[in-house]
Design a protein around this ligand. Structure first.
Ligand SMILES: [Fe+2]
Length: 457
């Protein structure tokens, strides 16, 4: 008689069998007993009320299509690299939720965890056309200004850029049309080119050498050897022109300064004596330089003009006295220019003294400055008996003028009675100049003392 199997052994045999899923063959092998013995023990255990411990619920694995198991957690687990874009991921979830509601077919590549294009690209593909189109509408309305679009849409600029990127991929942004070209036919006007005149750029402009001697103030009783010196200088140096800028004669016979009946007034020479003194001076001069060989000009000064004033006061003498003056110079082939008028040589204006707009001679201590400020061309003048030569800068193409006072050609140190006691600084001599292109190119003052040393033998 086989002894009964203890209860604990039966319980162990039932537990092993249960752990192996009821496989009696495997359990018999594990327990090292025969399969029939195991069956006997199981039946004995059931009779004694011995059952295996409770087993957990069986796991039923169901393969669910991926599109149905897709959720935000899935993306967070699989793609930690885009965790910094969780906000976009949340937006993605919303998009997906909405799309699933209308049975949207999620593209297979999106849910492929091995796909390398993640993050923004995924989100972009899921953006609805409506949102992108709204961005495009605002973008076009504000002149393709992305920053302004972001402001109007109340979205980050990066979001707008992304929308626009997607829109371009979907061909939602029309290409920029080129500006229309409007061709207008403009009738051609004739072009006239005028060369700006600047003497500095005209080295080939003609030049003219001119000897000036001015304000000789010839009067009866004066010694005229200095006229010979001047004549010799002209003969030796052969200038192109000789110009006397006025006050050749003193013309005391026609002066109005002294009181009629006074001693000075009564000592005045006659008009004939004044003319005779002039002839005497011209004879001395032309004894050295033949008449008519070199052009000579006289521009009458205020002292010659005394004769015209005298005739004006005595109408019955009209043209009688002035004719004699004109004939005197004409006899020696000197051309004459009226008082206050200009003689132009090479574009340089020559006159006895420039006048103000009130017809007064320009005077003062430095008349050259006043003349230089007011004149529109280079000026050569006399009258003040003080040699001076200025180059005056000007705003303009012809960027400077010259102003030259030629001084006086009286005997050295001689002061006419009307100037006695006045501030001096007078210069006695002649001026040898080169005129060119509207300016005095060079100006050489030769003192009467130099002339005397050179020719006074
Ligand atoms: Fe004068």
């Amino acid at each position: 008689m086989t002894p009964p199997v203890p209860d604990d052994v039966l319980a162990d045999n039932v537990r092993v069998l249960a752990s192996l899923g009821g496989n009696q063959s495997k359990a018999a092998d594990v327990l090292n007993i025969s399969r029939s013995a195991l069956q006997h023990r199981v039946r004995a255990a059931h009779r004694r009320g011995i059952f295996p411990p409770e087993q957990p619920e069986p796991v039923i694995e169901v393969e669910i299509p991926r599109r149905e198991t897709f959720d935000a957690d899935f993306w967070r687990r699989k793609h930690s690299a885009i965790e910094k874009q969780l906000a976009e991921a949340e937006h993605l979830v919303e998009q997906l939720s909405g799309l699933r509601a209308i049975d949207y077919q999620i593209p297979e590549w999106i849910i492929d965890t091995r796909h390398t294009v993640l993050g923004k690209s995924v989100i972009g593909c899921l953006l609805s056309d409506t949102e992108v189109k709204e961005t495009v509408r605002v973008y076009l309305a504000c002149g393709r200004n992305a920053t302004e679009t972001a402001r109007l849409r109340n979205l980050p600029r990066t979001r707008i850029n992304h929308h626009l990127h997607i829109a371009r991929e979907r061909n939602l942004i029309p290409p920029v049309e080129p500006e229309p070209v409007i061709e207008v036919e403009i009738p051609q006007r004739p072009v006239v080119r005028v060369r700006a005149y600047n003497p500095l750029n005209a080295p080939d402009a003609p030049s003219r050498r001119v000897v000036f001697f001015s304000d000789t103030h010839v009067k009866p009783g004066m010694a005229f050897q200095h006229f010979k010196w001047i004549g010799r200088y002209v003969t030796e140096n052969r200038p192109d022109n000789v110009v006397h800028p006025g006050d050749f004669l003193e013309c005391e016979s026609c002066e109005f300064h002294t009181a009629p009946g006074s001693a000075t007034h009564s000592r005045r020479p006659s008009f004939a004596e004044d003319i005779e003194s002039g002839v005497e001076a011209l004879e001395a001069y032309h004894a050295e330089i033949p008449i008519g060989e070199i052009p000579h000009d006289i521009i009458y000064g205020n002292h010659e003009f005394r004769i015209w004033r005298y005739e004006e006061a005595a109408p019955n003498l009209k043209d009688v006295l002035t004719l004699q003056l004109e004939q005197m110079f004409a006899r020696y082939r000197w051309r004459s220019t009226p008082y206050r008028q200009w003689l132009f040589l090479e574009g340089v204006g020559i006159t006895h003294v420039p006048h103000t707009i009130m017809q007064k001679p320009i005077g003062g201590r430095y008349p050259e400055n006043t003349i230089g400020n007011q004149s529109t061309h280079s000026v050569i003048f006399g009258h003040t008996h003080r040699y001076n030569h200025l180059t005056v800068p000007k705003i303009g193409v012809n960027n400077s003028i010259t102003v030259t006072n030629v001084g006086c050609a009286m005997p050295y140190g001689y002061t006419p009675p009307y100037a006695d006691g006045a501030t001096t600084g007078l210069t006695y001599g002649i001026v040898d100049m080169t005129l060119r292109a509207g300016r005095v190119e060079s100006s050489n003052f030769i003192s009467m003392l130099d002339l005397q040393r050179r020719y006074g033998k």
